[in-house]
Design a protein around this ligand. Structure first.
Ligand code: PGA
Length: 279
């Protein structure tokens, strides 16, 4: 697990945005060989989406050959409801970039057969060859996507009941009225996420600090499903200072120093390259 600690939420968004841009551009996607990106919704990734839109307008990235799969969607909320994840994605990202309509995938929480909908979603991910980069957030209860405490760490896309903590946390998007928050959702599973080549989780603010500390320092447990990332061969956590408040000082310092030595090494390598080019 690689942990990047930034001073502010804005710097977290910049890091995530640049990471996505570099991943897409290094891959050099084409129509026949698209880059496959997993996407989250919620308050945390909003700034990252805004920065990606700016980068697109500046011509630094194109989403023409990018295929996206969203993590989750509420059950029973109309797609044009302002709190549906279909609406969120259109109004916060898709409407402002060049991604073709047919390249976007979001679970349909109004499908007549929800189990079949989830099965087909897994099939679609498989058909494009899997997800290259999954961008994720973390819930205050440690969930990743809507894999609530007690979820099977071996789960795939399925229907989930939301727990009280998630409903209360998401009430902020529903006029602070928990009774208006849907109680069920469709979500990719832990196994779906674990099969992505890279998972990047972003977390900002003190409200995420406890979940982050469990995710980084705790044991792997289905009661905090983000801990599963400890088993991922290529997981990156990008945190602001507030999200590290419950980490041991020793842990935070360890990862900060690690980044510093990597930066120094990169600078030294760049210097050597510059000097040898002059010879
Ligand atoms: P948030 O949600 O970004 O709105 O805090 C994150 C999550 O629940 O996964």
């Amino acid at each position: 697990m690689r942990i990047v600690i930034c001073d502010t939420p804005d710097k977290v968004a910049t890091y995530a945005c640049e990471y996505v841009i570099k991943s897409i551009n290094d891959f050099k996607p084409t129509a026949d060989r698209p880059f496959v990106l997993g996407l989250p919704t919620g308050g945390t990734p909003l700034k990252t989406y805004q920065k990606l839109i700016i980068a697109f307008r500046e011509g630094r990235v194109s989403f023409k050959n990018v295929v996206t799969f969203n993590m989750d969607e509420y059950v029973g909320l109309p797609q044009d409801h302002p709190e549906s994840y279909h609406y969120f994605m259109r109004h916060n990202f898709f409407d402002y970039i060049d991604i073709p309509e047919q390249n976007r995938h979001i679970l349909n929480g109004n499908a007549p057969d929800l189990i079949e909908e989830c099965r087909q979603y897994e099939e679609k991910i498989k058909a494009v060859g899997g997800i290259h980069l999954f961008l994720a957030g973390i819930g205050t209860d440690g969930h990743i996507a809507f894999n609530e405490p007690g979820s099977s760490l071996y789960s795939r896309t399925r229907v989930k009941s939301l727990n009280k903590e998630t409903i209360e946390s998401n009430a902020r998007f529903f006029d602070n009225d928990p009774s208006r928050v849907p109680t069920m959702a469709l979500t990719v599973g832990l196994r779906t996420i674990m099969e992505a080549q890279v998972v990047m989780m972003i977390a900002t603010g003190a409200s995420k600090a406890l979940a982050v500390s469990k995710c980084v320092e705790g044991s792997i447990t289905h009661m905090c499903t983000a801990t599963m990332l400890q088993m991922h061969p290529s997981a990156v956590l990008c945190l602001d200072d507030d999200a590290t408040l419950e980490l041991k000082v020793r842990t935070a310092r360890y990862f900060k120093n690690l980044l510093l030595s990597e930066k120094n090494l990169e600078e030294r390598q760049a210097n050597v390259k510059r000097l040898s080019a002059k010879l």
